[in-house]
Design a protein around this ligand. Structure first.
Ligand code: HEM
Ligand code: HEM
Length: 330
């Protein structure tokens, strides 16, 4: 068969079969990573990033042998974060080995390897943040942690039943795909802005970040309405967009409370109470969940929607969402 010959109808919708084991392994990796973001966030919230001044050792000892049960609170939080970070790294190595042994899609192996590379860079950044006592590296480390979590969620999406179903793309009449990418890009930029507020303070940055946050909620709500109005909206896409919208609303509530607690953003170190710590750290961690939800929405939009003209070509082979294309990348 030449390249120009259309694929037989039976082949065209062939996607790799759904297998529960790799999917649940990827889901577990994402679920295991999320609390690490909260623990890392607590290190920043309590300003104990330099509680342990050396790395990869802890006070000159092998970090795995250091007894931190009776150490001061700051050391306990920072050291727990290091150990947890190492455990997530090991989990990611195991997941990657699994993908290399059992995954049939080449691009998925590459994506798993990319996630492993990110987590290694993340560990190194965490270490250099300490050895160089660098706030800029702390901010970068905070943002990359969020990207890594989003990648683990993407791995779970790519191995999931919804992604591997034989469903044909429906026409993207309401231009959902473009808006989903805009929502994702704005959320990623907002996380960078949030890191500036968190690590460098400044009331102007905080106000810009707040206004930008409200705009993101508006766009996420608009995206949900567009998905609902598109012909035959796919339930999995609708629910991802709904979750994104709800998380954006929650993020704004947490952000407003954090804002009030931190006003006037003069960078002066003040005692951090329990409720302040929980609210601010939840805002940081929910930012990661929101980023992951907007990524899943964008991925599902490209998986389930095709060009608007697709009404006359319901399964255009050139559609990026066509399962044949997913296979072709392999
Ligand atoms: C490997 C996976 C890791 C992930 C996903 C991760 C994630 C995070 C996150 C999300 C934060 C919060 C940043 C913020 O609130 O802006 C953080 C803070 C921090 N992490 Fe990690 N981390 C990892 C590994 C490590 C390692 C191995 C170290 C080694 C020292 C480390 C050291 C730190 C420090 C010192 C902070 C506080 C930075 C500050 O002063 O604000 N992290 N981490
Ligand atoms: C879509 C909406 C929003 C997103 C995705 C978002 C995301 C984030 C993230 C991820 C951080 C921490 C960054 C890091 O440490 O790496 C942060 C910090 C912050 N955000 Fe937001 N944010 C949003 C809306 C808001 C709103 C509406 C406000 C307030 C009016 C706000 C106020 C703050 C403040 C005060 C901080 C610093 C908190 C601290 O130092 O502990 N955010 N934001």
């Amino acid at each position: 068969m030449t390249k120009l010959d259309p694929a037989p109808e039976s082949d065209r919708h062939r996607a790799p079969a759904y297998r529960p084991a790799p999917h649940w392994a990827a889901v577990l990796a994402a679920v295991f990573t999320l609390p690490l973001l909260y623990v890392g966030g607590s290190v920043t919230t309590y300003r104990v990033g330099m509680a342990v001044p050396d790395w990869p050792t802890t006070f000159g000892m092998n970090m795995f042998l250091y007894n931190f049960w009776n150490a001061p609170f700051g050391v306990q939080v920072e050291h727990t974060h290091r150990l947890y970070g190492a455990a997530v790294g090991v989990a990611m190595i195991a997941l990657c080995v699994w993908f290399f042994l059992h995954e049939t899609r080449g691009w998925m192996k590459a994506f798993g390897l990319a996630a492993l590379t990110i987590v290694i860079v993340q560990g190194l950044l965490g270490g250099f943040r300490v050895t160089r006592n660098s706030t800029a590296l702390a901010a970068l480390h905070g943002c990359l942690g969020q990207v890594f979590f989003a990648m683990t969620v993407a791995l779970a999406t790519f191995t999931g039943r919804d992604w591997l179903s034989d469903a044909r793309p429906t026409p993207d009449v309401k231009k959902v795909r473009g808006l989903a990418v805009v929502t994702l890009a704005l959320t990623a930029a907002q996380i960078g802005l949030g890191a500036l507020v968190r690590h460098f303070s400044g009331s102007h940055a905080a106000i810009t970040h707040g206004v930008f946050g409200v705009a993101i909620l508006g766009i996420a709500a608009h995206l949900f309405v567009r998905i609902k109005k598109n012909p035959e909206p796919k339930p999995s896409l609708k629910s991802a967009a709904r979750i994104t919208e709800v998380l954006a609303g929650l993020q704004i509530l947490l952000g407003i409370v954090s804002f009030v607690m931190l006003w006037p953003f003069d960078g002066m170190p003040r005692p951090v109470g329990f409720y302040q710590a929980v609210t601010r750290t939840l805002h940081q961690t929910n930012g990661a969940v929101l980023l992951a939800a907007s990524l899943v929405t964008a991925l599902r939009a490209y998986r389930h929607l095709g060009p608007a003209s697709a009404s006359s070509h319901p399964a255009s082979p050139s559609s990026p969402t066509d399962p044949v294309d997913l296979e072709a990348v392999a």
